[in-house]
Design a protein around this ligand. Structure first.
Ligand code: PMT
Length: 401
């Protein structure tokens, strides 16, 4: 997504400015052309020469230049996207009010390209109502904000205000650039394990971490899709991923069925409870009352509901099996999916919460394609490649089972 793209990196005057050098390097490594614009105060924290060496061109620091009558508009017109990292409280304030009195704010205001802002400052400055008002204004104006994170700050302080990880910032820049093979497509993903309440403090759940679904959501967004991620788990931050947080199978079903109405592809990686307590207690069950009788009833069949839709998205189900994936072959036929991803959650490297997975692709005719053990990100990428082939009417069969 970043290869060949023209990115302007704006650096403003905070201690985190030194990390901008690493961000510049990551953008260059991804194949982007990078030009830097810095405020004068940023040059007190990181040398312009360092950025010149990384990017191959000298940063713009002054609005008055002997060679270019208007360096800020030249940069703004050149850029496919602008990222300001770190963005100080003063810079956020300038951009929120349209003040363009330094090289960075003038370049941003002269641009019509998507802009990512990565704020970094002390916690007190971040939490000031004025800063929060500016952030709200900037979001409403269409800026993408990444971070800040919680962690160590300048002067030995701790708290919210730390610059987001440069790799995450680079991912956000890729996320705001138009294009990609799934551009214009809507992808719906589920992730995590549902929690079915027994009483206000206890639930029936499972060990899904959400990593498989998150990897699919990010891979789809990287390809340009508008992603809806319905999840019970901590979700990735990405400008093209809209997160709908749910807890129970019922809540997941409602969110998924609504989002599916205009989805092109749905990938159901969540581990959904098949049964839930029919009458969760309103108050905490007491030990003194003895072991409770918990009556379970079936939860909504989310995948079944999608398969029954008159105009349904391309449908990918997952099957978590234990010991063997044989049962998944029947599941692929019964569930009415276009493709089923089976994994044995008792196999080494494919457990819940692991960063890797060894899956078997099962097609509706029962044919199977075993894939080797790989990271969940690699599974996601290969899965999207496989889906594209199937959607375009290509190779629909693997080795017969
Ligand atoms: O989250 P991780 O820790 O990364 O682990 C990943 C994973 C093991 C959870 C994932 O790879 C996986 O296998 N997800 C599906 C788990 C599951 O619920 O499998 P199942 O065989 O019980 O269900 C089959 C399919 O029906 C699934 O797509 C499931 O989302 C769906 N389902 C299940 C029950 C229900 N009431 N409604 C459903 O739609």
């Amino acid at each position: 997504m970043l290869a060949g793209r023209r990115i302007v990196l704006g650096i403003t005057g905070g201690v985190a400015a030194y990390k901008a050098a690493y961000l510049a390097r990551r953008l260059v490594e991804h194949g982007a052309q990078v030009r830097v614009v810095m405020t004068r105060s940023a040059t007190r924290f990181v040398g312009a020469q360092t950025l010149a060496a990384i990017t191959g061109s000298h940063p713009v620091v002054e609005l008055f230049d002997d060679d270019d009558v208007s360096p800020h508009t030249t940069l703004a017109r050149w850029a496919d996207s602008i990222v300001v990292a770190p963005a100080t409280a003063a810079t956020l304030s300038r951009l929120a009010t349209g003040l363009s009195d330094d090289a960075v704010s003038a370049t941003v205001l002269a641009s019509t390209s998507p802009v990512v802002l990565a704020p970094a400052m002390h916690t007190e400055m971040w939490e000031q109502p004025a800063t929060q008002r500016n952030i709200a204004t900037l979001i409403a104006d269409g800026y993408t904000i990444v971070g800040p994170d919680v962690g160590a700050l300048a002067g030995g302080d701790e708290g919210v205000g730390r610059l987001a990880d440069p790799d995450e910032i680079a991912e956000s820049v890729a996320g705001v650039l138009p294009g990609g093979e799934l551009s214009g497509q809507r992808v719906l993903v589920t992730a995590g394990g549902t929690r079915e309440p027994i009483d206000p403090v206890r639930f029936i759940g499972n060990r899904s971490s959400g990593k498989m679904g998150n990897a699919i959501a990010v891979a789809s967004a990287r390809r340009g899709a508008a992603v809806t991620l319905v999840t019970t788990a901590p979700a990735p931050r990405h400008p093209r991923v809209e997160v709908i947080a749910v807890e129970t199978a019922r809540e997941m079903a409602d969110a998924v069925w609504k989002a599916a109405e205009d989805a092109d592809i749905a990938l159901m990686a969540a581990a959904v409870a098949d049964f839930a307590p029919e009458h969760p207690e309103a108050t905490k069950l007491r030990r003194a009352a003895g072991p409770p009788q918990v009556v379970l009833g079936p939860t909504p069949d989310i995948l079944g509901g999608l398969a029954a839709m008159e105009k349904r998205p391309f449908l990918v189900g997952f099957a978590a099996e234990t010991g063997s994936i044989e049962a998944a072959i029947d599941k692929a036929r019964e569930k009415g999916v276009d493709l089923l991803v089976a994994n044995d959650v008792t196999a080494l490297g494919s457990e819940f919460g692991s960063d890797t997975n060894e899956v078997v692709i099962v097609l509706p005719d029962g044919s199977t394609e075993p894939w080797e053990l790989m990271t969940k990100s690699e599974v996601a990428e290969r899965l999207l490649d496989r889906i594209e082939v199937l959607r375009s009417g290509g190779d629909t069969g693997g080795a017969p089972s």
